[in-house]
Design a protein around this ligand. Sequence first.
Ligand SMILES: *Cc1c(COP(=O)(O)O)cnc(C)c1O
Length: 508
Amino acid sequence: MYISTRDNYPAVSAAEAIKLGMVPTGGLFVPQDIPVLTQDELNLLVGKTYQEVAAKILALYLDDYTSGEIAGCIYNAYKGNFAHKEITPLHQLTDSTYILELWHGPTAAFKDMALQLMPHLLSLALQKLKVKEEMVILVATSGDTGKAALEGFKDVPGLRIICFYPYKGVSQIQERQMVTTEGENTYVVGVEGNFDDCQNAVKALFADEAFRSFLAEQGFALSSANSINWGRLLPQIVYYVFAYINLIKEGRIKLGEKINFVVPTGNFGNILAAWYAGRMGLPIHKLICASNENKVLTDFFRSGVYEKNRPFKQTISPSMDILISSNLERFLFEMNGRDAVSITTWMKDLQEIGHFAVGETVQKAINEILWAGFATEEQTLATIKEIFTKYGYTLDTHTAVGMKVYEQYVAETGDETVTVLDSTASPFKFTASVLEALTGSQLTLRDSLNDRNGTTEEFALLKELSRKIDMPIHPALQDLEKKPILHQRVCPKGKIKQEVCNILKLEL
Ligand SMILES: *Cc1c(COP(=O)(O)O)cnc(C)c1O
């Protein structure tokens, strides 16, 4: 069963938690009991395929799904849509550093790992719960989630998906990926605001009971595909286990040996999945939480004070440009001994005054498992160049933030533990910045990020990058500029509710 982090809702089944997305009265669903993966079970997984590992992990969390249903979902999610047969291959960089490539899916970013699977879990949940309403999936995206969700939900019967992104706040390639999405049930809206504006507006709609009952009367129900949905988090636990057993298989570590994971972090979903893997029994020494110049998490983990009142920066790792990390609530719930009362107070403070403080005990509990740091824009670019020059391996901007923070971690701690760095996007997804890092020449970076009507420069750069790093363009990004633009909606940040009504052809 799944319970609310704010103890304000009855416990629900996995299907119900996935259907609801977040707790209707505020708060997030977490598993009431975190299942255990014993060392024996872990050992038995060595040599298994990604799909087999996924079946094992999912079954531990979804006891209202049959093993046949789980197998079907996994089959559909990871059959031909991934460009690598291992799904998430490990690339060895040094004796002790490995890169976990999470971007071989259909949109070239790690969010495919969850979003190729989650719609199947949701669609089954709706059947199980005999839901009659048409589900409307609302997504707020900082760039990558949007396309990954659109691809995952495209043409799934009984569902529509509406995706909000910060207009002029994502890369040209990210935007083009979204606005060329096909499917009868997909809608894409540029919002005149930043990612937090999009996310807050979507959260407000979920919390708006009058609006929800109005929709229900018209035959619609809302759900979310953001990483606050348990159905998004669960599939991400799988690749941490898979990476670990692959290191055993290759003879790099022994069963039971602890390793580190470095995670380029935004909404705190990916790193939280690593934490769940650890709590289940996966031997983890440290989780290294890497931020860009929007370093609200680094400051929080170092001071115990979460302060969102600060300037929002648009960076070259836009999928991490976040000032409110939604999944942190789940982590804090586990770190404070599951005390829903303080979670409720902290989240209320965050919403009303923009900050909260967790106190020494919680901070200490966090620091035992987690180390946080951030990389500046210059450091990120320099790291891409450095790793390419030293190892001939190309990092995208987000992964480079992770690499830089890992270097800082090693410099500060001297830790030599085997470490896996999550690579969250293909370098081709952020071509302009990667090329700028490699060539040192100032490309029209800012312009291509900001100017919707600018040249198609970033697409031409794909070929240039491909030549430079001697690697084929990621299949998801080939011929993108030739695809027709199918979505043109733009709305002010205060008008998101109205936009939803327009799309559903409803009068408020
Ligand atoms: C979403 C995203 C992140 C951040 O992941 P969270 O789960 O939100 O912390 C990092 N890198 C890339 C490329 C992403 O798309």
